[in-house]
Design a binder for this molecule. Structure first.
Ligand SMILES: Cc1cc2nc3c(=O)[nH]c(=O)nc-3n(C[C@H](O)[C@H](O)[C@H](O)COP(=O)(O)OP(=O)(O)OC[C@H]3O[C@@H](n4cnc5c(N)ncnc54)[C@H](O)[C@@H]3O)c2cc1C
Length: 344
């Protein structure tokens, strides 16, 4: 197994938030001796500016992506993979005898795994290319400081959201919006205003920009993410939740499913495994993004719907196991967070 990585030790533009679901599936993320910030409080801000604070039953871990990538790469190396610090610039050949072009000269491979991220230079060569409607622009700043509260804010007439994720010694403050909907310069002006409103100063902070997949239900259903002698994982395949932008769990999960298929010597099982494992939840989310991330005149109502969905579909629920999902949502949306069950 050879891993070609053009950017070692890279702070990949990202919030770095790893949900409890991912931590439960991959306990090494919680157990590894690596810096991360544990978040137990999440603040949601409605398009009308109303704030609600949630005490989470299960903490979210916020990683620096440089440290998280290094952790994952170290594990791959310990398991026998060789890491080659080079960019793959072209691929030719056929299943079983692929030829990769890299600075060190041609490299040969039986099987190709694309985990190139959203800017997948080989997508059009192997599967359907994406259009601007399949991508979101995400920009942000790394700002010195820290806290124990993650903030997610929705904005009037805006499909996307602002986040403020505190890491151990800095915040990842960013905003994402549909690539086709607005110019990056306008998005940056909006981002800077929101950061100021959170009481932070972005001057002298590092700016970042990237894209993230934002597929609709049709794209998910019709996606081809593997074929004879190749497979795509994570962002390269478009496996990102179109509502929340969560991609780390799906990158790990797709890698896991492909590893199982390859170790069974049945690579063709990968596509079916993805379709039965996590694609249904991405499809469900894809049916909702405009409801959840666009605030029209009934901004507060949209926000409440988003919130209900977060609590029920995403099981981000209070500790009480006896409340029905609707009841939990009603209680939370009442305006104040209370972890205890309301009286029946
Ligand atoms: C601003 C932003 C905020 C986000 N916040 C969160 C969050 O808080 N939580 C969450 O779960 N998800 C978040 N995401 C999504 C998350 O970052 C991605 O889903 C995740 O990084 C996908 O992992 P990946 O391995 O598929 O791709 P990547 O992490 O993008 O890794 C791809 C790697 O491939 C390398 N590469 C690419 N092309 C080549 C080539 N030709 N040759 C050699 N190497 C190559 C790149 O250098 C890169 O290191 C965010 C995304 C963005 C843009």
């Amino acid at each position: 197994m050879r891993i070609f990585e053009e950017k070692l030790d890279w702070e990949k533009p990202c919030g770095g938030g790893v949900t409890n679901k991912a931590l439960a599936e991959y306990p090494f993320l919680a157990e590894a001796v690596v810096e991360r910030n544990w978040i137990n409080t999440c603040e949601l801000v409605s398009p009308a500016g109303r704030r609600i604070s949630l005490q989470l039953d299960h903490a979210i871990a916020i990683f620096s992506r440089r440290l998280l990538n290094n952790l994952l790469r170290d594990r791959a190396q310990a398991a026998g993979a060789t890491v080659i610090h080079q960019r793959v610039t072209a691929i030719s050949g056929e299943p079983g005898s692929w030829q990769l072009s890299a600075r060190a000269g041609p490299q040969f491979a039986d099987y190709l795994i694309f985990s190139t991220g959203a800017r997948n230079p080989f997508r059009a060569q192997f599967t359907q290319p994406w259009g601007p409607g399949d991508l979101m622009t995400a920009i942000g700043y790394y700002i010195p400081g820290s806290s124990r509260v993650a903030t997610v804010r929705f904005l009037p007439n805006f499909e996307g959201y602002f986040w403020l994720f505190p890491r151990t010694d800095h915040y990842s403050a960013g905003i994402c919006g549909k690539l086709e909907a607005q110019a990056t310069a306008d998005l940056r002006i909006l981002l800077e205003r929101l950061i100021r409103e959170e009481g932070l100063d972005y001057q002298n902070s590092t700016f970042y920009a990237h894209v993230l997949p934002n597929l609709n239900g049709f794209s998910f259903q019709n996606a081809t993410f593997s074929g004879a002698g190749w497979a795509m994982l994570g962002d390269a395949a478009g496996f990102v939740d179109p509502v929340t932008g969560e991609g780390l769990r799906y990158a790990l999960r797709s890698a896991d499913l492909l590893a199982q298929a390859l170790s069974d010597n049945r690579p063709e099982k990968y596509a079916a495994a993805v379709r039965s494992d996590f694609l249904p939840e991405l499809n469900t989310a894809a049916a909702m993004p405009t409801v959840f991330t666009t605030a029209h005149s009934a901004a507060a109502r949209s926000w409440t719907v988003w919130f209900k969905w977060l609590l029920t579909a995403r099981k981000c629920a209070p500790s009480c196991a006896t409340c029905s999902p609707d009841r939990k949502a009603t209680r939370i949306c009442g305006s104040a967070w209370a972890p205890a069950c309301p009286p029946s």
